[in-house]
Design a protein around this ligand. Structure first.
Ligand code: G3H
Ligand code: ZN
Length: 274
């Protein structure tokens, strides 16, 4: 049961764990953890990762191929895209879902451009996640940040036709400490008001017990990136030591990939309450 659309995962009652892919080792580690736990996962590639590589196709083709050969269901998703051209390219490559991030735009422009993306993507059977209420940390600054208003979120979903909504509830991107304070009451009010699955971004900054509580309160897709890179890099650092004859990247990248698999599997179990 290999590559599946995100829609199939969000239809389940269990939460959907989504992990960011920067290098091929990320995709291999995440798919291995999915197979180890028997849980579905999302491999997501952000516009920032595309900027790093200089193009979308090579890393995407690797992720799509890894998804296709996994035993667990795996979706491939474009994360935080601000460019409609990049979204078109992802759809052509075979992504089952994309995120259009219009959160930095004015409200009317966010609605208009998101709705246009939704129309085009739905025509290709691709689902769309959007963001309302800018989730902090994208500029490296961690502040209490914006909050998404439930009534405004309901109107936004109605006006745009999006399939999933990223909401600002207290998390912040790229935190190295897991100290974010989530507003669980707001999550519950958003769940009651919004008819599509809610997405938690910046989940690396959220402690295990708060991730589980966020799922119980109503978050359905949990995006995690930095936490994996912490484990990946720590294992590489430890593996490299100061050995001057260690030059084969497979030795240290392999250690990083293994550490990432262990952490992804552990996070999946936390989210699923196992
Ligand atoms: O879209 C991706 C995420 O929101 C990941 O954020 O690096 O703070 O876990 P994070
Ligand atoms: Zn995010």
């Amino acid at each position: 049961m290999p590559l599946v659309p995100l829609r199939d995962l969000l239809d389940r009652s269990a939460p959907t764990a989504a992990f960011n892919v920067i290098q091929i080792e990320h995709a291999e580690a995440i798919a291995a953890a999915a197979d180890e736990t028997g849980a579905p996962v999302v491999l997501q590639i952000s516009e920032n990762a595309v900027r790093y590589h200089g193009s979308l196709a090579p890393i995407s083709r690797a992720a799509l191929a890894i998804a296709a050969s996994a035993v667990s269901p795996v979706a491939v998703h474009l994360d935080h895209a601000t460019s409609e051209d990049l979204i078109r390219e992802a759809v052509d490559l075979g992504f089952g879902s994309v995120m259009f991030d219009g959160s930095a735009l004015g409200h009317d422009e966010n609605v208009a451009r998101t709705a246009a993306v939704v129309r085009r993507c739905h025509g290709r059977d691709v689902s769309v996640e959007a963001e309302l209420g800018e989730i902090g940390g994208k500029n490296g600054v961690h502040e209490p940040g914006a909050r998404t208003d439930p009534d405004e979120a309901a109107r936004y979903v109605e006006a745009t036709g999006v399939d999933a909504l990223a909401v600002a509830v207290g998390s912040s991107h790229a935190m190295l400490t897991r100290t974010a304070t989530l507003d669980f009451d707001l999550i519950a009010r958003l769940k009651a008001a919004v008819p599509v699955p809610l997405v938690l971004h910046g989940s690396s900054g959220v402690a295990d017990e708060h991730l589980a509580a966020a799922v119980r309160a109503g978050m359905r897709k949990i995006n995690i990136a930095t936490q994996l890179n912490k484990f990946f890099t720590a294992a590489i650092r430890a593996g490299l030591g100061d050995d001057p004859v260690l030059v084969d990247p497979r030795r240290y990248l392999g250690a990083g990939r293994e550490a990432m698999t262990t952490e992804v599997a552990r996070l999946i179990r936390v989210l699923e309450g196992r």
